[in-house]
Design a protein around this ligand. Structure first.
Ligand code: 2AM
Ligand code: CA
Ligand code: CA
Ligand code: CA
Length: 266
């Protein structure tokens, strides 16, 4: 039997230490590279942070497997056993340009079921944390179950990319939602947008392109509090591939799925 309390204690300790290391890096000159395109950034701190988690996990839990954005650990093809899904820095562009509004995200799954989620906003020193079935917290403050919200009173995380000409969705589909909602925001860190839904600051988050490490922790957190997480086609998410992504409080997810996304038939 897995001692989840112990796993949780280690994960918290490591994420805090990783945060300290990242903060120390602010005083040094960053080595910045690009990946798939000129705006897809990675720094040596992203890689060093992932490496830090891999070393600690391998030493403490040699049977656990790891899926990390920077792919330093060997890749995985299924979710059998215990898998740590890690984004060492979510919001690398914010990290590079703004030195804020980025976070470390860790989701721990057993046979595909989310058990523990941690999202650490390093600069704000806010640790969002969930243990499945035991509630979610921001630092030591318990997070309340999510309340039903209507679109007209909702703040929706939505990047302007998806309401202008793009490869993945007709801008006419989401533009009416941007118009009807109380407001839209784009924070540039997917895991933080999910932490903001969990803590009630935002009502929904929509994007056409997300990888498992972006949402592995946030999905557990939002679902624990009664929110809903699907693709934009109303499917369950596959934690091994890229997906479109839609998380929301209970009422607002239903309203958007029916009225704007036509139950996924768009
Ligand atoms: P990242 O900073 O870890 O790469 C930015 O809108 C959000 O989308 C961030 O959470 C970012 O994660 C994520 N993202 C996912 N795929 C991306 C890509 N191909 N290029 C840039 N950001 C991406
Ligand atoms: Ca990235
Ligand atoms: Ca990310
Ligand atoms: Ca990242």
């Amino acid at each position: 039997m897995t001692n989840w309390l112990e796993v949780d204690t280690y994960a918290k300790e490591w994420i805090k230490e990783a945060g300290e290391r990242i903060k120390k890096s602010f005083s040094k000159k960053l080595l910045i590279e690009t990946k798939s395109n000129k705006n897809d950034l990675v720094t040596e701190i992203d890689k060093a942070t992932e490496e830090f988690f891999i070393q600690n996990i391998n030493k403490q839990y040699p049977s656990h497997r790891i899926l990390g954005e920077e792919g330093i650990s060997s890749s995985i093809e299924d979710l059998k056993g215990i898998v740590w899904i890690i984004d060492p820095i979510d919001g690398t562009m914010n990290f590079v340009h703004m030195q804020r509004d980025f976070a470390i995200s860790i989701g721990i799954y057993e046979d595909g079921v989310g058990k523990i989620g941690l999202i650490y906003d390093v600069v704000a020193d806010e640790l969002y944390h969930v243990v499945q079935g035991k509630g979610a917290y921001m630092n030591d403050m318990p997070l309340a179950p999510l309340k039903e919200t209507a679109v007209e009173e909702a703040i929706i995380g939505l990047n302007s990319t998806w309401v202008t000409e793009n490869k993945r969705i007709d801008p006419k589909i989401l533009a009416p939602l941007a118009r009807d909602a109380r407001g839209t925001r784009s924070f540039g860190s997917a895991c933080l947008e999910l932490a903001y839904i969990a803590s009630g600051r935002m009502d929904a988050y929509i994007t056409l392109r997300l990888s498992p490490w972006d949402y592995a922790a946030g999905k557990i957190m939002v679902e624990e509090l009664g929110g809903k997480v699907t693709s934009l086609r109303n499917e369950n998410l596959d934690l091994l591939t890229q997906n479109s992504f839609f998380a929301g409080k209970p009422g607002v997810h239903k309203e958007i799925m029916e009225k704007y996304l036509h139950n996924g038939e768009w």
